[in-house]
Design a protein around this ligand. Sequence first.
Ligand SMILES: [Zn+2]
Ligand SMILES: [Zn+2]
Length: 399
Amino acid sequence: MSQSSLGCPGPATVVFDQSLTEYDFGPEHPMSPMRVDLTMRLATELGVVGDRLRVVRPPMASDDLIATVHRPELIEAVIRAGQDPRTIDGVHGLGSDDNPVFRDMHHATAHIVGATVEACRQVWSGESLHSANITGGLHHAMPGRASGFCIYNDIAVGIQSLLDQGAERVAYVDLDVHHGDGVERMFWDDPRVLTVSLHETGQMLFPGTGFPQDLGGPDALGSAVNVALPPGTGDAGWLRAFHAVVPPLLREFKPQVLVSQHGCDSHAEDPLAHMMLTVDGQRAAYLAVHDLAHELCEGRWVATGGGGYAIVDVVPRAWSHLLAIVSGVPLDPARETPDGWREHILHRLGRVAPMRLTDGRTPAYRDWREGYDPDTWLDRSIHATRMEAFPLHGLDPLP
Ligand SMILES: [Zn+2]
Ligand SMILES: [Zn+2]
């Protein structure tokens, strides 16, 4: 099989051990840790994880580290709830259907935070050029409240750790189908962090926020950017929006390091949202993010997972592509999934796993510079974001 390298001039790592799958809200909850287990099995059988992508053990995040972005009351409530899971806490978002309490939940979540902070440390120190934490990406957690399956915001702690290590400009690109509201909130008024979120519009989907007019606080106007896309958007529309918004803003902002969130719940088969992407479109977006890290940040790239609830049909394939691109050698889209991996899923879950590593599409998009059509919801969405955000960065919003 032919595998062509991206020519990355440095090592890559994935921060992982099996204990990260202890972040588990129980068998009735959509965010099953099985999705991470199946991803690591697939990526390992494909040879993605190994010499090219070294596994680094995640350290535990201390309470003090978590408290760099979270309120101490939340941390105390999470510790208490994890000691007595019958505790219902109406104040900090714990004990709801979205965020049920489970035993030792503080420990499990602090470990995921530690993994993302380690991925950031790997990249900022230069030990790794690219580093990933696919169990991370808990982008909804707020300073004082758990939200949307997210207890602590590993991404925000990671970005804060980069700032505390001396980073002056961090770009955060959120490609989950849901608005990256928690990360945006944490750095709302901090001009050192540019957050850009592409998502299904909050008119249709949790958390109901993330509109073009939401641009950051008075000391950092333009540092938050939101693209609120129509339900039903597919590969072509998603990639059109990405390329119309993300590269121009990042080129102007000139980040020193790129942090990205790769929730794959934008896929057509995801049960929680209404977008129509394929694994091929998601893979194209991973490659585009990777290229921006090289173009603008000397390759410094931290990639996290995020949402994704089609745990057999989508997540393992999508994130194996992500890990492969992090490793510097993308997987051939035409390749089949390994027999052993499919057999494991048949035995373990009684389900038939996908035969191919992608959905067999060729993602293409029309470039914004060729013009736009105000009669379409998609183009109106992109246009609205450019009109609001681009002038704040000295950019012309028109094609
Ligand atoms: Zn690279
Ligand atoms: Zn999501």
